[in-house]
Design a protein around this ligand. Structure first.
Ligand code: FA5
Length: 367
């Protein structure tokens, strides 16, 4: 125990005899602050000694504690005095320095602009808004009920697995429907809007962030989607084709072809995917020529197929209508969902999705 007291006292003595000279040797604020941190910062010498207090013998603790605290006040006071002397000296040097030349040109601050993903989302929403769709919002933190169950996902669907989606603690019960997660798609917007409205028609688009356990050059754990749906009496697959073909022509250009392929999503029947002619190698521009065939064969974006997958779509499944309080024998509708990031990548020829999130201004300002 005697050793511990001796070491403690030695430590106090070192701080007490050294701090004034140390501070006096600092010639600017940054070095002064660094020197002070070494003594009284969170892992400074004196702080470490103060933390040792409880391990000192009871009869000496009080006196040593008083000395240590007194020393801390001294160090703080000498730091403050040195700081104000340095600030004062810097101000004086400024005043005595060369006069300001008001004729020198100012430094440009650069103009800010929306992120390419925001610009793409706005452009997508604008096309649908011009067709008559209303723009709505839906929560990013969602109940499994709205993200999965009411959309007809079977309980054993892989996306409902804890390994595939970001579940959040805070559910009030063990029921799957009550679990809280970061939404995996914007299709929850369908459920919110259809469950809360009783008047037809309903035609909405909703854009925002979604989250999945993905991470590679074309998949990000956080990305963006746009969802759209149109519900009314008598809506058919022709309406779906008409609206989405109009969208593609407006977004990518009148000459870009579209094709619909069958696909599966639990909340649509029939379901499909829409591809557009590759906007990078453009096989549709001079179809059939050898030069064109070669360009497409070596295109890394469409991987030689000449087509790019853009969105999932289909006729809203009767089960979804029932879960949202609508009678599927009297109303029908279509829905679609697409990745905004992918469309931004196509528009700007970006090969790696992660570049969009690194927020390197030198890269972003080229898009
Ligand atoms: C869906 O998310 C469906 N909700 C879309 C839908 C809506 C279908 C309505 C039918 C009716 P999917 O899992 O295929 O579908 O994702 C849609 C798009 O999101 C994909 O085509 C892709 O462009 C994009 N996407 C998916 N995962 C990622 C990811 N990790 N990073 C970036 N984009 C992604």
């Amino acid at each position: 125990m005697g050793d511990a007291i001796e070491a403690f006292e030695h430590g106090l003595l070192q701080v007490a005899t050294g701090h004034q000279a140390t501070f006096a040797a600092c010639v600017d604020e940054a070095t002064l602050r660094a020197a002070s941190a070494k003594l009284i910062g969170p892992s400074g010498e004196l702080t470490k000694l103060l933390k040792l207090m409880p391990s000192l013998p009871g009869d000496r603790r009080k006196a040593l504690g008083q000395r240590a605290n007194e020393l801390k006040r001294e160090v703080t006071a000498s730091f403050d005095a040195r700081l104000s002397a340095l600030v004062q000296a810097a101000r004086q040097a400024d005043l005595e320095g060369p006069a300001v030349d008001p004729t020198l040109p100012g430094r440009s601050l650069g103009r800010g602009s929306p992120h390419p993903i925001t610009r793409t989302a706005d452009a997508l929403l604008e096309v649908f808004a011009s067709i008559g769709f209303e723009v709505t919002d839906a929560p990013e933190i969602e109940l499994a009920d709205f993200n999965f169950t009411r959309l007809g996902f079977p309980p054993d669907h892989p996306a409902t697995d804890m390994q595939d989606s970001f579940f959040v603690r805070g559910a009030t019960s063990a029921r799957f429907e009550d679990q809280v997660l970061l939404r995996t798609h914007t299709s929850n917007a369908q459920v919110h809007v259809m469950s809360s409205r009783r008047e037809l028609p309903i035609a909405c688009v909703s854009a925002g962030k979604v989250y999945r356990r993905d991470d590679d050059a074309t998949h990000s754990p956080m990305f963006h989607q746009v969802e759209g749906f149109w519900v009314d009496r008598g809506i058919s697959f022709s309406h779906l084709k008409g609206v989405l073909t109009t969208f593609v022509k407006r977004m990518f250009g009148a000459s870009v072809p579209v094709r619909f392929r069958p696909s599966y999503f639990p909340f649509v029947e029939p379901g499909g995917e829409l591809d557009v002619g590759c906007t990078i190698c453009r096989p549709f521009d001079e179809a059939g020529s050898d030069a064109q065939r070669e360009r497409t064969a070596s295109c890394r974006v469409c991987k030689g197929t000449g087509w790019l997958e853009v969105l999932g779509c289909g006729m809203i499944h009767p089960v979804v209508f029932e879960h949202c309080g609508w009678d599927p024998t009297t109303v029908t509708g279509f829905a679609f969902g697409m990745g905004i990031d992918r469309i931004a990548m196509l528009r700007h020829g970006v090969k790696d999705i992660r570049l969009l999130y690194e927020n390197d201004i030198r890269f972003l300002s080229q898009l």
